[in-house]
Design a binder for this molecule. Structure first.
Ligand SMILES: Nc1ncnc2c1ncn2[C@@H]1O[C@H](COP(=O)(O)OP(=O)(O)OP(=O)(O)O)[C@@H](O)[C@H]1O
Length: 496
């Protein structure tokens, strides 16, 4: 056993190409330490979590009902404190995912060579020199987010200095910021997994002074709702904005572009069952991604019918590839997802703190995952006139069928409507607001719907409203004055 052995632990010996899967109950945490001494004379063992390698001898902490798997290609030994549900599986789709990664790697290398004007002699000169720009689709609980993470982590680990752009257009997960947002960030070091509050790793947006070394600086747009059918026209618009603006923000470096991009999508893009999303809306939003990010590969996670549907729509102009679903993916129910959203907002405000399981001294866990991520948001009192607040679209919209034939509903869906905090029905108390980047300083360039096109620089919560004195209290981890700023409210609320 390792000299820094954990106490009260179980030891699991993993054979090559197997994975240890675990699920945590509410209020519990778990510590895992890997050791790599194996019987093979030439190989060292190895262990990875969704593609990110574990360092031997370090205790990794998991919390908040985390569900995940530690996979090993060569075998390893895991020392594990205490999981609520745990088992080892010998059947995983990791070889298939590794093959997809190898194909993407070849595309990246070809793109980089073409950029430098040095195609390899064995390359077909007519071969496409585009890097992989991948849209991952699949039904609920198919493991889309995990696949995106594995493929991104494999690219980062390849030792070629790739930094693929990871994009989340799933507003119910919120990527790196708050639920209701969609976002993109270039990833240059492996994304860890510790809690479902940060499924794609932690972002730097909320804590400029307390950054873990691998924090990301994402580009964020605000949709404001969990459900895509609430306002698909708005989601279409913010997806297109994200696609357009990643170009400006991240693509100055042409070499960086050769790493490609990977997009995680909500399950409602893939299936109308359970989600109530019309096929027309699904297709429109998939097309928004294909156009905005110039997608050249669609990966379908384990869904034959969707594969056929996408082959029919896109098979003639881009690669549509079906990959198997992992049997380890856990079915997440609605109440779990709501708990994660609340926890995400808490993490955004206060940082991520996972208490080690009983018997594990906190000094023994990977420091970056605990103390470094504590944030202290500030409460500020503002006058109603200091902050301009909008809501996009009217609260009660007539169904399309009630409109005169040919009448467009988009006007009201996309209309920014000023919210009056002094109105008792403002809906602002405990609401989550996205703080927008400043509008164009040139007045002549301004337009009515400009606020739909501005990216997000932070989030805040209105924790109290004092209507007689026209004051409101705001909780936000972002330093700096809010006076004169513009914010947009959606349908998320949060209370401590
Ligand atoms: N091999 C595995 N072993 C154990 N847990 C896993 C495995 N793969 C995925 N999970 C867990 O299962 C849950 C669902 O996976 P994931 O979020 O990747 O699916 P999804 O298709 O993106 O979900 P959604 O329906 O939200 O779009 C997550 O908690 C994830 O960590």
């Amino acid at each position: 056993m390792h000299s820094n052995a954990l106490h009260n632990t179980k030891e699991w010996v993993l054979e090559p190409e197997t994975e240890y899967r675990f699920e945590l109950d509410p209020g519990t945490s778990l510590a895992i330490k890997a050791s790599f001494a194996i019987s093979h004379p030439l190989l060292d063992g190895q262990a990875e979590i969704f593609g990110a390698e574990l360092v031997e001898g370090i205790a990794y902490l998991f919390g908040f009902e985390c569900k995940a798997a530690i996979y090993t290609w060569q075998g390893c030994t895991l020392e594990i404190s205490n999981a609520s549900t745990e088992y080892i599986s010998e059947e995983t789709p990791m070889s298939a995912y590794a093959n997809v990664h190898i194909a993407f790697e070849q595309m990246r290398v070809r793109a980089l060579r073409a950029l430098h004007g040095s195609p390899a002699s064995d390359d077909d000169p007519s071969a496409n020199a585009d890097p992989p720009r991948v849209l991952v689709l699949g039904p609920e609980n198919s493991g889309k987010t995990s696949v995106c993470k594995i493929l991104t982590n494999y690219a980062v680990r390849a030792g070629q200095n790739w930094s693929p752009l990871l994009v989340s257009v799933d507003p119910s997960e919120g990527g790196w910021s708050a639920p209701g947002a969609i976002s993109a960030a270039p990833v240059s070091s492996p994304i860890p997994t510790a809690s479902p509050a940060n499924p794609l790793g932690s972002a730097a947006t909320s804590a400029p002074t307390a950054l873990p070394s691998n924090a990301l600086l994402p580009l964020v747009y605000w949709y404001g709702h969990a459900d895509i059918k609430r306002n698909p026209t708005l989601l279409d618009r913010v997806i297109r904005n994200l696609g357009e603006n990643i170009g400006e923000r991240f693509y100055n470096d042409v070499e960086g572009r050769t790493s490609g991009l990977i997009i995680d999508t909500p399950s409602s893009f893939s299936s109308s069952a359970n989600t109530g999303t019309s096929t027309e809306n699904r297709h429109t939003l998939i097309k928004a991604c294909v156009d905005a990010f110039r997608i050249n590969v669609i990966l379908i996670v384990g869904h034959e019918k969707l594969n056929v549907e996408m082959q029919r729509l896109y098979g003639s102009r881009l690669a549509v590839v079906k990959i198997p679903k992992s049997g380890g993916v856990v079915e997440l129910d609605h109440s779990y997802r709501e708990r994660v959203q609340k926890h995400q907002l808490h993490t955004y405000m206060y940082g991520q703190v996972i208490d080690p399981p009983p018997g594990i001294p906190s000094g023994m866990v990977d420091g970056e995952m605990t103390a470094d991520l504590v944030l202290s948001p500030s409460s500020t009192v503002l006058s109603f006139d200091d902050l301009t607040i909008y809501r996009v679209g009217q609260e009660t919209m007539a169904p399309s069928s009630a409109l005169p034939i040919g009448a467009a509903r988009t006007v009201s869906e996309m209309q920014p409507i000023l919210v009056d905090p002094s109105s008792p029905s403002s809906g602002l108390l405990n609401a989550v607001l996205a703080l927008l980047a400043p509008p164009n300083p040139d007045e002549s360039e301004r337009y009515d719907e400009e606020i739909l096109d501005l990216h997000v620089i932070g989030f805040l919560i209105i924790t109290s409203l004092d209507i007689p004195n026209r004051k409101m209290t705001i909780l936000s981890p972002t330093q700096g004055s809010l006076t004169g700023r513009t914010a947009v409210v959606g349908s998320f609320e949060w209370q401590e």
